[in-house]
Design a protein around this ligand. Structure first.
Ligand SMILES: Cc1cc2nc3c(=O)[nH]c(=O)nc-3n(C[C@H](O)[C@H](O)[C@H](O)COP(=O)(O)OP(=O)(O)OC[C@H]3O[C@@H](n4cnc5c(N)ncnc54)[C@H](O)[C@@H]3O)c2cc1C
Length: 529
């Protein structure tokens, strides 16, 4: 896109900062590239072509799994555990893992998307089974909850926030909070506590993971009809720093702003991982490569069943099963199967499944995604603290005045607090009307400039320290829990099979989380076996 630097920085970082940055920042650039999937593959799916597979390119499988993200890999893992061998996982990209993929590098592995999993409650038996298989669990506490090995839990300092030239501990900006700010924070916490303790007549919690276990009582689900911004207004919350904190939560977990997010989803963020009133949220399990660790574990179990760079271009329901057709390089390959698990983003179903668009069982277009860009910065050394007593580099480092989410430090979990590192910078494209189209208008140089300029607020030496930046543009990063989506009804119909095709993707929960993808993967595996 042919924009001046000032226009570019204004679009991504806001006018006041853009004006300042255009004067101050040196234009030194490291090397790097755009990584990730080729967007032209999406166009092939939209063309609606009929694909003829040569007779010798057909294979027969019991089950085909379309998509090698957490949902597809979880389904594969569960099938294998049940003794099913004759299945194939078809993944469009060369890299497996979808939005939880990662890479290996020196000095440390790093994530391209998902980077943590909160320790599950004891009730989430199947997820605990996975953690156990990965030897992450050391035992059980008195209340039955699992104890995860300390080395796998996020180290201190976990979070810090940059505000007016200094770093402070935590994500809520306590420094300089007025009495009214503190009162509102305490009142907000009181509202969260009562929702944490809330139970319906069947004993179900208002908010819990997986969402399938949440109460369906109207008292709670009606919260989905308004935005989180509106809920906060209606409840008398107007403290700027509290609103910032809630807005940050929505951008971080959903890629949406406060006014774009359903109040149900906003409250889910604060309540679903808290066992009981007054408890802290469950601790985070994390690794340098983020949730790539789980992907690698699944690959260690089902790697032989995975075909990478196999784009499924057509799924044809037949009288006694389903034919799945892929583009692999420049060859067409087909699988005659009894059943298929569709673990790809749900909005793609009408483009791929023959007959779906003509007689749609549900409105796939209601599954709307947002876009993100993620940059991995390779640093030859740590940024210098600006003040001797500044709060030190943490795992998650957030800039109060930035529309980005700041960065996560890959070496943090390794306990290496000096020398080279990799920083993973996250920027959700909350721009209306179409953040995705906007994102794909920008090239590597523009997005690198946004990232380096943004981080230079806190780290004036960032350009000199960065030797390389790679960038992933996630066009369809996360399902958007906009008002009305989660409890609007479409998820209930989409979760049912269409002919011999069973759907499994985190989209079906309305919230993009490891646990939800895992839940749907296991559910679909049970259905097909
Ligand atoms: C930037 C970012 C940060 C995140 N951070 C976290 C986090 O910290 N913790 C967390 O729990 N979650 C996080 N998430 C959410 C994360 O998406 C989920 O945890 C989970 O990985 C979703 O898995 P999935 O399998 O449902 O979907 P996806 O990851 O979307 O996987 C779908 C797979 O299907 C493949 N596919 C699509 N079309 C085709 C086709 N036609 N043929 C073959 N294959 C196809 C895709 O290439 C992809 O690999 C984050 C997401 C993003 C984008």
């Amino acid at each position: 896109m042919n924009l001046s630097r000032r226009e570019l920085l204004t679009t991504f970082l806001g006018l006041p900062f853009a004006l300042q940055a255009c004067h101050e920042t040196s234009q030194h650039f490291p090397t790097g590239e755009i990584v990730g999937q080729d967007v032209s593959l999406g166009h092939i799916l939209r063309e609606g072509r009929v694909f003829e597979v040569p007779a010798e390119n057909w294979e027969t499988k019991q089950i085909a799994i379309i998509g090698g993200g957490i949902a597809g890999l979880s389904a594969a893992w569960a099938l294998k555990k049940e003794g099913v061998q004759n299945f194939v996982v078809l993944e469009l990209e060369k890299q497996i893992g979808g939005t939880s993929q990662s890479r290996v590098s020196e000095p440390v592995a790093y994530p391209w998307g998902a980077h943590y999993l909160p320790v599950p409650f004891a009730e989430n038996v199947e997820l605990i089974e996975l953690l156990d298989e990965m030897s992450l669990i050391e035992g059980r506490g008195q209340n039955g909850d699992v104890i995860v090995g300390e080395q796998y839990l996020c180290r201190e300092p976990e979070e810090r926030i940059f505000y007016k030239g200094r770093w402070y501990e935590g994500l809520y900006l306590s420094a300089g909070a007025s009495d009214e700010d503190k009162r509102q924070l305490a009142e907000f916490q009181r509202r969260i506590d009562s929702l944490v303790d809330w139970r319906d007549a069947r004993g179900r919690r208002a908010f819990v993971v997986p969402i399938a276990d949440c109460s369906t009582d109207a008292e709670i689900t009606l919260l989905d009809r308004t935005s989180f911004a509106e809920w906060l207004r209606q409840n008398g919350f107007n403290s700027e720093r509290l609103l910032w904190y809630c807005d940050y939560a929505c951008r971080d977990d959903y890629g949406l702003k406060l006014e774009q997010t359903s109040a149900w989803a906003g409250l889910f963020y604060f309540c679903s991982r808290v066992r009981k009133r007054g408890d802290e949220s469950q601790p985070f399990i994390t690794f340098p490569e983020g949730n790539g660790r789980f992907v690698n574990h699944f690959v260690s179990q089902v790697g032989a069943n995975i075909r990478r760079a196999y784009t499924v271009v057509s799924i044809v329901p037949t009288a006694d099963g389903v034919d799945v057709i892929c583009l692999a390089g420049d060859e067409l390959r087909g699988f005659h199967c009894q059943k298929a698990i569709f673990a790809s983003p749900i909005f793609t179903a009408p483009y791929i499944i023959r007959g779906f668009a003509e007689n749609a069982p549900f409105a796939a277009r209601e599954f709307q995604h947002n876009a993100w860009f993620v940059a991995n910065l390779f640093l030859k050394d740590r940024p210098k603290p600006r003040f001797e007593k500044d709060f030190p580099l943490a795992w998650d480092n957030v800039l109060y005045d930035s529309p980005s989410l700041g960065y996560v430090t890959a070496t943090h979990q390794k306990g290496i607090d000096y020398g080279p590192t990799v920083l993973t910078y996250y920027y959700p494209m909350c721009h209306e009307p179409d953040g995705r189209t906007q994102l794909f208008n920008y090239d590597w140089r523009s997005l690198s400039d946004v990232c380096l300029t943004d981080l230079s607020r806190a780290h004036p030496d960032i350009r000199d320290l960065t030797t390389r930046i790679d960038i992933m543009r996630w066009g369809h990063a996360m399902i958007s829990p906009r008002p009305g989506f989660i409890w609007g009804g479409v998820r209930d119909t989409a979760v049912r099979p269409y002919r011999n095709i069973h759907f499994a993707h985190t989209d079906l929960s309305g919230i993009a989380l490891f646990e939800e993808a895992f839940y749907h993967g296991l559910r679909a595996a049970r259905e097909v076996n």
